[in-house]
Every structure is written in C-alpha cells, then in structure tokens.
Write a protein that binds this ligand. Sequence first.
Ligand SMILES: [Fe+2]
Length: 336
Amino acid sequence: MATPSQHRPATRRAPLPVGPLSGRRTAWRRLAAQAVAALNRGLDRLPVGHWLHRRVRRRLEQPELELPLREPAPGLHGLKICFVSDVHAGSFLDEHDLCELFDRIQAAAPDLVLFGGDLINTRERELLLFREPLRRLRPTFGMFAVPGNHDHFWGPDLGLWTAFLQDQGVEVLTNRGRRIERDGASLWLCGVDDLTEGVPDLAAALHGRRDGETTVLLSHHPDFFFEAAAVDVDLVLSGHTHGGQIRVGGWAPIHHSRFGYERGWFRENGCRLYVGRGVGVTLLPLRIDAPPEIPFVTLCCPSRQNAAAMARDAAGGDAMLSASDADQRPSPAPMP
Ligand SMILES: [Fe+2]
C-alpha cells in the first residue's frame, strides 16, 4: 500500500542563474522591458512587424514525444500531456491568435493542458486575452499552471494572476501538487514558483505524494532541474529559454540557463527534463533556428514501452523518445 511521503527538504538548492538578463529584475530592467514591450506593440501595428510575427507563427511545431515511466503504472499508459509555455500574450499575440492556437491544441485531444509560465508579457491586463481562448480547451483531466518571471513582472504578489486563472478553470500549482487518478493508477502533478522572481519550494510541491508515485513537475525555469532531479521526479517540464529564440550557427547570444538547458531533453538520476521552446517572442518578432512549439508528451508504461521498443528494434526503427529534431533526444546533462 502506497503511503504519503514525508515533507522532505531538497538535498541541494538550485542556484540562481547568472548573466545580464538573468536573475531578479531590477527597476532598470523593468523599465527597459516596459519600453521594449511598448515598442513591440507599436511594431505590431506596422505591416513589417505584423508580417514578421506571422512568419514566426506559421512555423509553430507540435512535436509528439513519449516518456517511458520508471515504475509500472498501466493506468497512465497513453496519458497525453500538452505543454504550453512562454505565450507572452500582448507581445505580438492577441486574443484572436490565442483562439486559433487553443483550437489547434483542443483538436489534438490532450488529457492534460499544462501552462509553464510567462502567460503574459508585462501587463496584468494581458491576462484578459486568455478569457475566450481558455473556453475552447476541454482536456479530460483539466488545465494547470505555474508562474514564470514575466507573470511576476510587478513583484511577488500573484493574487490577481492566480485568481483570474482559477476563475477560468485553470488550477494554479505554485508550490503545491495534486493527484490525477486514471484507471487505478495515479500521477502526482505538481509545480513550483519561478526560480528567479518567485520563491520555489519543492518540498511543498511534493507534500502529499505517495512513495514511488509517478511525478510530473512544472517549473518555468529549467535550472530548477538541478534541484528536482535529486528527489525522484519522473519528468520536469520547463520553458523560459525560447530555445535560444535567436541562434546563429547553433549558438544563442543570450543565455538563460546556467547549465545549458536551452531546449529539448535532458536526463539525470533517471529524471527527465524537457525544455520547450515556447510559443511567443520577446524583444523582437524574430526566431532564428528556434521555431515555436507546443510539445505533446505521452506517458508510456515500462512493460508496454519495452514491448514497443523491442518491436521497433526488430523492425530496424528507432526506439524510445521521438521528436521533430535531433537535439530533442534525451541526453545526459553535465551537472557541476
Ligand atoms: Fe521566462
């Protein structure tokens, strides 16, 4: 019989990222971000800005990924998770764009829709852009969200942000978790606050989890994986980096992860991290070598997964995780 695990502290703390655009937002950075956002709103009214952003949107990808579970949980086999991050509504994306986007998500029939933070860009009123689009989503087991650094734009108080989402049927998982039960199996779905602008508390997010229970953690900032990988989490879903957003020769001039968790799969201690490239843009309506994406992750029970892998091996195909490009394959991530 599974028992609730103890409220145990993390064995290590995720360090704050470093760099001129990382870490807590100063008054000057807030001012600069507001100025850029205002500039972008003006740019979006110009044909060239509008055209540039439409080009970005047309390249949206919906990779179908598979996550083999570590423990047998047949009831979770086939559970389909849609991960939406970094929408930055109000920065080139308006209500009409979001309606189209969410129609596409609903057409894929996900069981869960998880929002990985940065729903808004710089203004709380941008939340209102989600009211109608959210009505179009009807995932079987609900919608859940954690905040990103932009959702914290005006400080630590997320009262309005949280109340709005809860009112629209999105359960906010800031430093808390809840159980999803399906066909006799259970999933501990939890989330933490943003690493740079908030106060993430992994122990609180895991409080109530049963020993050995399959666990999915939402964390806007991928560097929180440093902490989560030490406490038996099956999957961490993160965003924030926009996959580099603008990459030249495979290199992104602006870094957002101390550990190089820029995009795709990473693995440590049997725990996997997927860093989504996100939906929206900041600074400029440009993405180079980093198209936007909405990944869908399907959970696979080990026994069935092994059987499928063996079948694929026998057929000469590739096994395990699938993705739209090569760098989304799981790979050991070096930890300092
Ligand atoms: Fe972010």
